[in-house]
Design a protein around this ligand. Structure first.
Ligand code: UD1
Length: 401
């Protein structure tokens, strides 16, 4: 059996790694050959290569090198190049993860391919299926809906995903509640992440307790922002920064800056009272309250900072889940979430994007108790369940088109 997994953007790597590396691959009744394809949507050491090292993920077998572009241009280029990859690799199953442009482009290409006179195509497996923000202005929501509706196997991370898929008329037999492969990675790597020296490099060591103590006592905050709705519009970006002012008086706020956000900061001429930190400058900086900008961080360094932060502020999807698992208070700077379990379990507040809402959510999180529980199946075994299903459905073979 040949499984081809697709990665493209930063949040894909930690979701695919456990599937690619699962012990279940060796235990399957039929030998499994894995092919890893990188579309190149994200590129360079900081956004891509360092994750392969940190996650011990073998280098991609095929690198498509697509790079950045408008949604249409990027998706079209991925589809053109992925079609050639499919025709030469002829896998039995294509695994796509998450909700980025690479996910939908590769799923759509696979749905329409036909392998010669046999008229078959690979099965399409979508990992992290069924999540819905119900906000169709988000490109990711479009990607999620389209991918789910062409997929043959839908692997769900939380119960809301099952309900959403059934409501959309997707047949129950395609849906498998397996848990969260991103959490598999977190659980596998959190001990290793504890040897990160990032806090020392940022001059923040005195602001945190030793690595073994509860994260709630640490005295720095961690911020990520990259959603177009938040950073592409100067008014929206300003409102968010306004919501952080009170927190910034009390805590240093570490802000690893996504390339999209970096561009906007420069374009809008925002003075964030802190210069990007590099090499020696970074190491020699003394921490102070306010924003502390850094380059995007590697997987282990970021996991470490997340685990020991007093609070995390974010517009990412995955970080809402990782903080839930770590029991770290999270304020989501968005109007909605496609991951409601993170709110139900008590670690996450959806603050909206207005200044006052963000400030109030931060106050409430810093005061609140931390009695969160771990969502069902977020136990480090999601990838094993997925590989198990893949090897069983393989008996039913590929799809005739
Ligand atoms: C993409 C995903 C988003 C995910 C995010 C994680 C889509 C629609 N969006 O958003 O769901 O949460 O990744 O980071 O797929 N750039 C670089 N280097 C890179 C990649 C991007 O400099 O390695 C810059 C380019 O200028 C590019 C911009 O960032 O135009 C945006 O990149 P893109 O991949 O289009 O979307 P993201 O905002 O990263």
């Amino acid at each position: 059996m040949k499984i081809l997994s697709v990665v493209g953007a930063r949040p894909n790597f930690m979701k695919v790694a456990p599937i690619r590396l699962s012990r279940a691959n060796e235990e399957a009744s039929e030998p499994i050959q894995h092919v890893l394809v990188h579309t190149g949507q994200h590129y360079g050491d900081l956004m891509s290569d360092s994750f392969f090292n940190d996650l011990k993920l073998p280098k991609p077998d095929v690198h498509m090198g697509v790079g950045s572009g408008s949604h249409a241009a990027q998706s079209a280029e991925i589809m053109k190049r992925f079609e050639e990859v499919l025709l030469s690799e002829r896998p039995d199953i294509v695994v796509v993860v998450g909700d980025v442009n690479s996910t939908v482009a590769c799923a759509l290409t696979t749905a329409k391919i036909s392998f010669g006179p046999s008229g078959t195509r690979p099965l399409i497996a979508h990992v992290e299926s069924g999540l819905r923000s119900f906000d169709r202005t988000m490109p990711e929501e479009i990607n999620r809906v389209v991918t789910d509706h062409v997929a043959d196997l839908l692997f769900v991370t939380e119960e809301s995903g099952i309900k959403n898929l059934l409501k959309e008329g997707i047949s129950q037999e395609k849906v498998h509640f397996v848990g969260n492969t991103m959490i598999d990675s977190l659980l596998a790597f959190q001990a290793k992440a504890d040897s990160s020296s990032k806090l020392d490099e940022l001059g923040l060591r005195e602001n945190s307790e030793p690595a073994t103590t509860n994260s709630a006592v640490a005295r720095y905050a961690l911020l990520t922002l990259h959603r177009p709705a938040n950073v592409d519009n100067p008014d929206a970006f300003h409102a968010i920064l306004g919501g952080l002012e009170e927190l910034a008086e009390e805590y240093p706020i570490v802000f690893p800056v996504h390339p999209r956000t970096r561009k906007r900061i420069e374009e809008f001429g925002l003075n964030l009272n802190s210069q990007p930190t590099h090499g020696r400058t970074e190491r020699s900086r003394r921490a102070r309250n306010g924003l502390l900008l850094t380059e995007p961080l590697g997987y282990l360094d970021f996991l470490y900072l997340m685990k020991h932060a007093a609070i995390v502020l974010t517009d990412s999807g995955g970080i809402q889940e990782e903080t839930t698992c770590l029991g770290v208070p999270c304020v989501t700077v968005r109007d909605n979430t496609e991951r409601p379990v993170t709110v139900e379990k008590g670690t996450n507040i959806i603050a909206g994007t207005a200044k006052e809402g963000i400030r109030d959510a931060i106050r409430s999180q810093l005061k609140g108790s931390n009695d969160a529980s771990i969502p069902e199946h977020w136990d480090g075994n999601a990838a094993e369940r997925i590989v198990d299903v893949l090897s069983r459905v393989r008996q039913q073979n590929t799809v005739r088109v």
